[in-house]
Design a protein around this ligand. Structure first.
Ligand code: SF4
Length: 702
């Protein structure tokens, strides 16, 4: 029998940065169903397998945390307590540490899954009242190299284009990304565009053959870690052939001469050798870019998650700047954010080296402006600890307390054994979570149950600067609360003023007011405008009551000189080189139907059917040499730890390279599925993003 639907709610999928619109229906029994929202411009009604099954993650409450829990010392069991008991004690402990050791003795580690309002209040609390910048987000593991790339090139962390540019582009340069699996709905638009316009060229750069390659005109299966060399080689071809925009370079950029010198310091043959590619293929890629009227580059973790992450980003953006293919329809660098609200988090200053609304921590005027607006403590000019630095500081004892909100570092951080040791040594651990499955709970002194997607309202910003409102549709189970409410309750227990919001919209409006006069201005935008318009892209033009599709159409960039910077990126390899003991290169990544640490997708049977367990992808030649056959257990060892999973033999990966999916943690007490047991602790020196895509490992048959 057809179930009775009570109401329909437009919302947004909370998985990836594509930010697809969904329409959620609430049935009489309280269960949710959903479909794609045809009125949402990002996805026009389409949903991928994860999005289509999103409602099951809320309907199934079997793993939900429902009550605050606490223990008075590490040897005691956790027991249910009231919100007042949990937050009174936590405030008392935080005050003690802050008084005794200073504000930098505590830290918050938050998430790109948080709504903008949640991100805003926790940043305000830490930077504006506690007086420390020790607040970082798991976006550090995801987008921080792209943030630095945008800032260094264009003066600010600003994605210049929009998804509608896809249908206007005639070339795509997809590098370090597998959007067919990881940003599927965006990729469906590229596929449809290519199907309707077969002359559109698609270049895919990846050491693995992925589903994205299936429509590629050219797959450059480069050696891992050689992206800068490749981008420079393409730059060299473009310059040599005169396929650059001299007028644009002259009028709107700085730094071309030094760049030219750098890209000419290697011959094409030398670059091809380093990358493991044919010279002719590099020339062909350059030719596709040169012949295009407009081209879009798309990238994600293959560039960002690297010890050369910033260099890779800059070398890619440089290609847009020398060709002038930026700031116009069908052109520009489109970074694909991993998480649904990584961009919203950046808007409110979610990284430990950022200030709210894209203001700069190292600028005393900016600090004063934000401080005056918040009316709290003096804002510390010193950048706080980043994600991996926090866990090092916990282990060394420099950091006493950590508050983990909406993320599971014991699955997602590199060299995760170190993070375990750190949490074991921490004096006080707060875990704010929805699921009782997180590995972090074993280390918690206090557990705070949080409301999940559809159980709270707020906003998120997707990869194309598009802000969408998400309504509260259901009550959270037990006495779980929305994250922003938990943070505001805690702030009041700390005796801070300025956290007495009547509702989420008051937080949103405060953030919007702070954006006034900045390049991300959304002042005047309200929940009712968002509900009426469905979505708005920042900056929001209040007078015209509309958002902004493209940035830099006047070629005026956000740098002091208004010119974009062509960065002189040195091509220096910084990852951990393989040697006789660790001869393979390990790279990690996502699979199609799982999401991050599987706290949601792992609950959905249909999604677990696609790939049922972790695996090691390995080339047949390497497998043969090791005596490994399909489905036999392979042991992967690095300097940092060990993984044991079944071998999946594939021609689609380069010989000498192996791949592990990132999603799997402790399963039935066994944590040897966890890719981050072995990943390297190396980070990019500027963005501090980990080197997940390159680690020297040994592989054996078990
Ligand atoms: Fe959700 Fe991303 Fe799939 Fe869209 S593409 S439905 S946002 S997971």
């Amino acid at each position: 029998p057809k179930k009775k639907v009570l109401d329909e709610f437009p919302s947004t999928c909370c998985y990836c940065g594509v930010g697809c619109g969904v329409v959620v229906s609430k049935e009489k029994n309280g269960d949710l169903t959903l479909k794609g929202d045809t009125s949402h411009p990002s996805n026009k009604g389409m949903l991928c397998s994860k999005g289509m099954n999103l409602h099951y993650t809320v309907n199934d409450k079997s793993d939900r945390l429902t009550h605050p829990q606490m223990r008075y010392n590490k040897n005691m069991p956790l027991q249910n307590v009231s919100w007042d008991q949990a937050l009174d004690r936590t405030a008392a402990v935080f005050k003690t540490f802050i008084n005794k050791y200073g504000p930098d003795s505590v830290a918050f580690y938050v998430s790109g899954q948080c709504l903008t309002e949640e991100y805003y209040v926790v940043n305000k609390l830490m930077k504006g009242f506690i007086g420390s910048n020790n607040i970082d987000t798991n976006s550090r593991l995801c987008m921080s190299s792209a943030v630095v790339g945008y800032k260094m090139s264009m003066g600010e962390d600003s994605v210049p284009l929009c998804y509608d540019d896809i249908e206007l582009a005639d070339c795509f340069y997809v590098t370090g990304a597998n959007p067919a699996w990881c940003h599927p709905i965006l990729w469906r638009r590229v596929e449809a565009h290519k199907a309707a316009n077969p002359d559109v060229k698609i270049i895919v750069v990846d050491p693995r053959v992925t589903d994205t390659c299936s429509i590629a005109d050219l797959h450059l299966q480069l050696n891992p870690g050689t992206d800068v060399t490749l981008n420079h080689a393409i730059g060299r071809c473009l310059i040599e052939n005169g396929d650059i925009d001299f007028k644009f370079i002259e009028n709107h950029t700085e730094g071309f001469n030094k760049y030219q010198e750098l890209v000419f310091s290697k011959t094409l043959e030398e670059s091809a050798e380093i990358c493991g590619l044919a010279v002719a293929d590099i020339k062909l890629a350059a030719n596709y870019i040169a012949m295009s009227k407009g081209y879009i580059s798309m990238w994600t973790m293959g560039l960002n998650q690297s010890a050369m992450g910033v260099d890779k980003n800059l070398s890619l953006i440089n290609l847009h700047l020398i060709t002038g293919k930026i700031g116009k329809a069908g052109s520009g660098p489109l970074s694909l954010t991993g998480q649904p609200n990584a961009m919203g988090g950046r808007e409110v200053g979610g990284l430990s080296n950022m200030l709210a609304v894209h203001k700069n921590l190292d600028n005393p005027i900016h600090r004063q402006e934000v401080q005056d607006f918040w009316g709290g403590a003096e804002i510390n000019p010193k950048p706080g600890l980043t994600a991996t630095e926090m866990f090092e500081a916990l282990e060394s004892g420099k950091l006493k307390a950590i508050w983990i909100m909406c993320t599971n570092p014991l699955l997602s951080l590199p060299n995760v054994r170190q993070a375990e040791a750190a949490l074991k040594k921490a004096k006080y651990v707060v875990v704010q979570e929805i699921s009782n499955k997180s590995e972090c709970l074993a280390y918690a002194d206090v557990i705070l149950p949080a409301a999940a997607w559809a159980e709270k309202e707020g906003t998120m910003t997707n990869c194309e600067r598009r802000i969408t409102y998400l309504p509260k549709i259901l009550d959270a189970p037990g006495i779980a609360l929305p994250d922003a409410e938990i943070i505001c309750k805690f702030a009041k227990k700390m005796d801070y003023q300025g956290f007495d919001y009547k509702n989420q919209e008051e937080i949103f409006l405060e953030h919007s007011r702070l954006t006034e006069g900045t390049n991300i201005n959304i002042n005047g935008l309200t929940y009712s405008i968002l509900k009426e318009k469905r979505t708005v892209q920042w900056p929001y033009l209040k007078q015209e009551n509309k958002g902004t599709k493209r940035l830099f159409t006047d070629h005026q960039f956000y740098t002091p000189s208004k010119k974009a910077k062509i960065s002189p990126v040195e091509d220096v390899f910084k990852s951990e080189r393989p040697n006789a003991d660790f001869p393979f290169i390990l790279t990690t990544g996502r699979i199609r139907d799982q999401w991050h640490t599987r706290s949601k997708t792992g609950k959905v049977n249909k999604l677990n059917q696609h790939i049922k367990q972790s695996f090691l992808e390995i080339h047949p030649k390497d497998a043969e040499r090791l005596g490994l056959t399909e489905d036999e257990v392979a042991v992967v060892k690095s300097r940092w730890g060990e993984v044991r999973v079944k071998a999946k033999i594939s021609e689609g990966i380069k010989s000498g390279v192996v791949f592990l999916p990132m999603h799997y943690g402790k399963i039935l007490g066994n944590d040897l599925n966890r890719a981050n047991n072995v990943t390297s602790p190396l980070i990019d020196s500027i963005s501090k993003e980990p080197d997940f895509k390159y680690c020297a490992v040994a592989v054996f048959k078990y």
